[in-house]
Write a protein that binds this ligand. Structure first.
Ligand code: DC
Length: 231
């Protein structure tokens, strides 16, 4: 008797979304994951949690050796519940502290440390290994999931990206001038794109989407059209 236990039409794809800060990646990835019923893997949150731990330990994020020495003492977990993720560092939920500017800037610095990237690699792959995941970051398509089923690279005008990021920060209750956000974004961009290890570059087989004049819903519609063609 041929009992069908699994619907072979429902594919558990790995969707990789990369691009610079403020391009609308996170919103698009979260909405896409929710529409598909997939996990949303926010890898930036893992870099941010690592940076949080570095700052909490009183270390200089640029002190490569000290940061590398700290890693074996850390336990990093990303737990999923009904589509939302919480990040635990040594059992403590740090999710609400990950987007403050000090942590953002430290995340960009520690993400250039090879030991940090190597340490985070199996953590990311383990979350994505079963598929049915929308993985968002800087090196999803090139390094973490090079054989992802669909790869996107989002770009947008730098002024628009700074405005978006500034609005997010204000909505989250942080003060600070737009100019400050803009300068911060520019220096993070330069660092992310020019670092020697896993720099922010599009995968050869990535599809580009310019989000400058698109709403979040428009972006998701475009992503969805490409992904559903693969399902
Ligand atoms: O996406 P985000 O702004 O939350 O990322 C925070 C920092 O982590 C950012 O400066 C770049 C870095 N990052 C990275 O190097 N690789 C990733 N896959 C994700 C984030």
């Amino acid at each position: 008797m041929g009992t069908v236990t699994e619907d072979k039409r429902v594919k558990r794809l790995i969707v990789a979304i990369d691009g610079p800060a403020g391009v609308g990646k996170s919103t698009a990835a979260r909405l896409l994951a929710s529409r598909l019923g997939y996990l949303y893997l926010d890898t930036g949150a893992l870099y941010r949690a690592t940076a949080w731990a570095v700052l909490e330990s009183g270390l200089d994020p640029a002190d490569t050796e000290a940061v590398a020495d700290l890693l074996p003492t850390l336990s990093l977990q990303m737990l999923f519940h009904e589509g939302a993720a919480v990040v635990l560092v040594n059992g403590r939920d740090v999710s609400s502290e990950l987007r403050i500017p000090r942590v953002s800037s430290a995340a960009s610095v520690v993400s250039a440390i090879p030991e940090v990237r190597t340490w985070l690699l199996p953590i990311q792959r383990q979350i994505g290994q079963g598929g049915a995941v929308v993985a968002e970051g800087r090196d999803m398509g090139t390094k973490v999931f090079p054989s992802a089923d669909v790869k996107f690279f989002l770009e947008a005008d730098p002024t628009v990206r700074a405005q978006r990021r500034h609005r997010e920060l204000v909505a989250a209750g942080h003060s600070g001038a737009l100019e400050e956000t803009s300068a911060d974004l520019t220096s993070r961009d330069t660092r992310d794109r020019s670092r020697s290890i896993a720099p922010l570059v599009p995968a050869e087989d990535a599809q580009f989407i310019d989000t400058t004049n698109l709403s979040a819903a428009d972006v998701v519609d475009q992503l969805m059209a490409v992904v559903t063609a693969k399902l």
